[in-house]
Write a protein that binds this ligand. Structure first.
Ligand code: PLP
Length: 393
């Protein structure tokens, strides 16, 4: 049996990707050159959105999009407690307060029923959110038509966190096309679906939002005289019209990202094949995958299992995890509920606040999933799991 380390995620780069980056190194622009609009167009076109704005990473896209939607002190941003900390940190960067909506126990996406109940209560207390950030967990879309309908009723804006989901779709609409939201955030970290090393992008159909995020990524500066206060001093002139950041992507990154986009269909298809193979291969073990929403196709960033803790007792999740790691299977846990992080508990969150999220956290293990994985690798994960569970292979 192969014993080399099998990571939970890994980029797939080819010679065309390498050549694309080298071309930039030989060109006049290392940053703010032609690769940026090329990558922006590739992602926006693939998603079917009008605008793409590339930023230095996914977290920066969430921050700038939230700020561009007017989030500030005294406002609330709501998201899922089962996500990477970036989804909620974006609200805090803007000085807003953050709250969570518990997950659907089947899909582990933000639960629309719980969202509706929480909105009804918040309305009475005058604490409705300004922005809701649905996280397309593991690559599977949240129930966006319902969340969109709730946004119409309660007047919040929607910023989708699609860091896991590029390549997926919902009700026949590609994730990222903003059919049911104001903007969608993407990440191109190497473990994600396509990579630009570090990198992120906002897709949106809202021209004003696109313009403002574009200004925020480079210090809140504009060179367009129509956007300035008063007259321009001359051709050299620029104005800072709000406090922005240096969140620019380099052309090296954008060239890599644009080259990777040509492989997105292939990557997505292989991830889906691997997920189906896992489903078939692991059937019968004391565990279950996340439920599939038949209205969508997942982008399959991650493949998680939930252990049947009662069936495997006295074995624990920790023992299963450690056994898999000892067998060189690079399992992981996504995610520690954000509200239980020490830096969030200071706002009064505690254990028991979001029981479905906490239950999921107790049971979950993320298995390896990346396009270069072979069918044999899946068999190897299964054998290691059987060993860990003392089950017959
Ligand atoms: C990766 C990730 C992000 C942030 O992306 P970076 O590019 O690493 O900043 C945000 N949200 C989720 C759910 C993620 O998995």
């Amino acid at each position: 049996m192969a014993s080399d380390f099998l990571p939970y995620g890994r980029q797939s780069l080819d010679e065309a990707d390498i050549a694309a980056v080298v071309d930039v190194l030989r060109s006049d622009f290392l940053t703010q050159g032609p690769a940026i609009p090329r990558f922006e167009k590739a992602v926006a076109d693939w998603c079917g959105a009008r605008h793409g704005i590339a930023l230095s990473n996914g977290t920066a896209t969430l921050h700038c999009a939230a700020q561009a939607m007017g989030l500030g002190k005294g406002d609330w941003l709501w998201t899922s407690p089962i996500t990477f900390v970036a989804s909620s940190n974006a609200g805090r960067y803007c000085g807003a307060q953050v709250d969570f909506v518990d997950v659907d126990p089947a899909t582990v996406c933000l639960c629309p029923d719980r969202l509706e109940a929480k909105l009804q209560q918040a309305e009475k207390q005058g604490r409705l959110p300004k922005i809701v950030v649905p996280v397309h967990f593991a690559g599977q879309s949240c129930d966006m038509p319902r969340i969109h309908a709730l946004s119409q009723k309660y007047g919040f804006r929607i910023l989708e966190d699609a860091a896991h989901a590029l390549g997926g779709s919902y009700e026949g609409e590609r994730i990222g096309n903003c059919r049911w939201s104001d903007a969608v955030s993407h990440s191109f970290h190497p473990v994600k679906i396509v990579t630009s090393a570090e990198g992120g992008m906002i897709t949106t159909n809202d021209e004003e939002l696109a313009w403002r995020i574009g200004a925020l990524r480079t210090h809140g500066i504009t060179r367009e005289s129509s956007r300035m206060q008063g007259e321009s001093d001359g051709p050299w002139y620029y104005q800072q019209i709000e406090l922005g950041y240096n969140y620019r992507m380099t052309d090296l990154q954008a060239a890599l990202g644009a080259s990777q986009m040509e492989k997105l269909d292939r990557f997505a298809q292989r991830r889906q094949e691997l997920a189906e193979l896992y489903d078939r291969t692991l059937a019968g073990l004391p565990l279950r995958p996340l439920a599939r929403d038949p209205r969508g196709i997942s982008g399959w960033h991650l493949y998680m299992i939930r252990l049947d803790l009662e069936a495997i007792a006295p074995l624990t999740r920790r023992q299963v995890f450690e056994s898999l790691r000892a067998q060189n299977i690079g399992v992981n846990v996504h995610y520690i509920p954000v509200h239980l992080q020490p830096d969030y508990r200071q706002f009064g969150f505690q254990k028991g606040d979001f029981p479905e999220a906490e239950r999921y956290y107790e049971e979950c293990i993320t298995l390896p999933m990346f396009p270069a994985m072979t069918d044999l690798d899946v068999m190897r994960v299964k054998e290691a799991l059987c060993q860990a569970l003392h089950a017959a292979a």
